[in-house]
Design a protein around this ligand. Structure first.
Ligand SMILES: C[S@@+](CC[C@H](N)C(=O)[O-])C[C@H]1O[C@@H](n2cnc3c(N)ncnc32)[C@H](O)[C@@H]1O
Length: 261
């Protein structure tokens, strides 16, 4: 006999009780504490590696905490920025928590059409668009004061990383800053012995490069590669390196770059 017992507890209340995040429903949509809709499981999986609702909300908030603290170390307030780009924003996991900064012009771009369609329909405080796997983007040169790319260079081949860093450089104002997160030393146990040897020698390691742009493709960044090759090769210098500093993408390393004049 089935143990199923009918319940009149609404679905949103059951989800809320299970995950411990305050959610409710508006029409057929799940919304978070601040009233913003929450994307479906497939889109959440695409950005966070799993569909967990609580982690989607908490991880996004931790992404903002990362931005605020990395800029804060330079004596810069996020709210003082005029124009900001979330490169590889997915379904807006991080950007959704930035709506409070009303004076900052927020933009998000990604190769995923379904993610951008969702952002466009649900996050009306920012502007969204898609880009192709290869640069350029549609933005004019020197459009942004600050660009962040959380766990995006983690899924690009060497060639595309170089091209996209150069595009980030083009999009930034002369005194602009770029924050990216990557797989560093913490992820060594994902590598074979020969890959580890390459990593220790300061070489970028790429797994499943044929799936570039998807989460299947995984890039591993030794600090030496970023500081001595990726940054200077594309007109940047490293301003700050925070080992395992990507709070919303644990335990990725965080790098802050400025233009190398
Ligand atoms: C692991 S998800 C991270 C999403 C988001 N940054 C976050 O932290 O929630 C990687 C994202 O990078 C996007 N992406 C991959 N290659 C890209 C490219 N060439 N241009 C823009 N976005 C890209 C993917 O579509 C995906 O949304």
């Amino acid at each position: 006999m089935s143990s199923f017992k009918p319940t009149n507890i609404p679905i949103w209340k059951r989800i809320q009780d299970r995950i411990g995040v305050k959610v409710s429903n508006k029409g057929a949509k799940l919304i978070d504490d601040s009233g913003l809709p929450i994307p479906g499981a497939e889109l959440r999986q695409g950005v966070a590696g799993n569909p967990d609702l609580k982690w989607f909300i908490d991880g996004g908030e931790l992404g903002v905490k990362t931005i605020v603290s990395v800029l804060g170390k330079q004596g810069i307030e996020f709210g003082s920025k005029e124009s900001v780009l979330d490169f590889g924003c997915g379904c807006g996991r991080v950007l959704r928590h930035l709506g409070q900064y009303e004076t900052v012009h927020l933009h998000g771009t990604d190769i995923s059409r379904p993610s951008i369609a969702w952002c466009d329909a649900n996050l009306d405080f920012a502007m969204f668009g898609t880009n192709r796997l290869h640069p350029p983007t549609r933005y004019r040169s020197s459009s942004f004061d600050f660009i962040y790319a959380f766990s995006v260079f983690t899924h690009l081949t060497h060639e595309l990383q170089t091209l996209w860093m150069a595009e980030m450089r083009r999009l930034l104002k002369p005194d602009g800053l770029l924050l990216i997160t990557v797989h560093g030393d913490h992820y060594l146990n994902h590598l074979s012995e020969s890959e580890k040897a390459a990593f220790y020698n300061g070489r970028l390691v790429i797994k499943r490069g044929e799936s570039v742009g998807s989460n299947r493709c995984a890039a591993f960044h030794p600090q030496k590669f970023v500081a001595d090759s990726l940054a200077p090769g594309t007109g940047f210098k490293v301003v700050d390196f925070i080992r395992e500093g990507a709070l919303g993408n644990p335990k990725q390393d965080a790098y802050l770059f400025s233009a190398d004049a």
